[in-house]
Design a protein around this ligand. Structure first.
Ligand SMILES: Cc1ncc(COP(=O)(O)O)c(C=O)c1O
Length: 405
């Protein structure tokens, strides 16, 4: 259970020297040899399980010869045209030139990781001798690993319900702002599903420009939303040539192809140029047939609409089963439930009971967040439940959950 001290709930926590461990490894250790209370249902892993569209096989087969070539690291090709058009249409942007504003990524994760080396270098050019990289807490583990690998100090900012599950920008002190090399923001957020609105993104962009840091916006859940399509950091930054921001997106969730490993980064052309030079010698390129497949997927919205509808049906079912138990509210984005189990012993105790009494495997929220020195953990009262499986499976798991809690 969490610590009651309110001041801890707004204070950044440094993770220097503590590379985060995989939440799944920790979950395996927690459950150990404890037998499942009923036939197991695994809702712990947030990997998409809906079918991907047949375009994947068709384009891969017709472009198979591309495996015989090395691929460039730039987007001056059909991949660039397709992703540029998609970004302009989806986010109603005025203009985006693929040859200067976009790069392909081998999945957004590697881009979110490798960019840390660039922002660290740029911050030192600005005279920041002990640069920091901030991100929300709870967080996708890559942000902290990247900050540490790039030799910066990782700073986790509480993203709690009282602040809409996003870091409170007004709580950032001047010293921290001045030291920042970059700020990762995840919207829709994994795990809480919070969406940053345009005001929030604009405020963050203004801070970045004033204090000379870079906004790294992880938007890989941008197409998994309930009713309102989330804005991009690109919307907040376009009027000044996307200065100081980069948006990361991916097909993994949008098109159910996490194994294809294709994503993109788009934004500030100066940053894109610097990132390109680095990637051209140091990063994975995306094989040609995969870029061709990705271009076809980004040109098609039909499968994306169907995919979103399938998730939304599950959220509607979950709401009908849960009502307002566990302080449940349907999140505006993403595919996770984030349920408050403070009354049931907190995240670790509740996850263990859910497994041993009901056979349902979920991730304790505390494993997705860093603890403060005083003991407060922003995920400590929550369970993350991935709605990636079938309706029947979710129905059974949630009914089992309400029968034991
Ligand atoms: C928040 C978040 N960001 C980024 C990623 C990386 O996705 P990919 O590398 O498949 O594009 C994931 C994957 O689960 C994620 O949850």
């Amino acid at each position: 259970m969490t610590h009651p001290d309110m001041s801890e709930q707004t204070t950044p926590v440094s993770l220097l020297g503590t590379l985060p461990r995989s939440p799944f490894e920790r979950l395996r250790e927690l459950l150990g040899s404890t037998p499942a209370g009923k036939a197991p249902i695994d809702l712990s892993i947030g990997a998409p399980r809906h079918a991907f569209p047949p375009i994947v096989q068709e384009v891969l087969a017709s472009d198979i010869d591309g495996f015989s070539h090395y691929q460039p690291a730039h987007a001056r090709n059909d991949f660039g045209t397709a992703t540029g058009q998609w970004l302009v249409n989806r986010f109603a942007l005025d203009n985006l030139d693929p040859s200067t504003h976009i790069l392909p990524l081998a999945g957004s994760r590697e881009g979110l990781f490798t960019i840390a080396f660039i922002v660290a270098q740029i911050s030192r050019d600005h005279g920041k001798t002990t640069p920091t990289i901030a991100f929300p807490n709870p967080f996708y583990q890559v942000y902290a690993s990247a900050a540490i690998a790039a030799g910066t100090q990782p700073i986790a900012l509480p993203a709690i319900a009282a602040n809409g599950n996003l870091p409170d920008l007004s709580a950032l002190d001047e010293g921290l702002l001045k030291s920042l090399a970059a700020f990762y923001i995840c919207s829709p957020a994994n795990p809480q599903g919070a969406v940053a609105d345009l005001d929030y993104l604009t405020q963050l962009t203004e801070l970045a420009r004033h204090y000379k840091f870079i906004v790294l916006a992880d938007e890989c859940y941008s197409e998994i939303y309930r009713k309102v399509a989330p804005p991009s950091i690109l919307n907040a930054a376009q009027s000044d040539s996307y200065r100081s921001v980069l948006a990361f997106n991916s097909l993994s969730k949008r098109s159910n192809v996490p194994g294809l490993r294709v994503g993109l980064v788009a934004g500030d052309p100066k940053l894109i140029a610097r990132f390109f030079s680095f990637r051209n010698v140091a990063a994975a390129t995306v094989p040609g047939p995969l870029m061709a497949t990705a271009a076809a997927l980004w040109r098609d919205e039909t499968h994306v609409t169907a995919n979103r509808a399938a998730y939304n049906e599950k959220f509607t079912r979950a709401a009908a089963i849960l009502g307002n138990r566990f302080q449940h509210q349907t999140p505006p984005g993403g595919f996770f439930l984030w349920l408050n189990v403070a009354e049931h012993g907190g995240s670790v105790t509740a996850a263990k009971r859910l497994w041993s009494e009901a056979g349902v495997k979920v991730v304790p929220g505390s494993y997705l967040a860093a603890s403060h020195p005083g003991g407060f953990n922003p995920g400590g009262n929550y369970l993350r439940i991935a709605l990636v499986g079938g309706l029947d499976e979710i129905d059974a798991a949630l009914n089992r959950m309400i029968s034991i809690f």
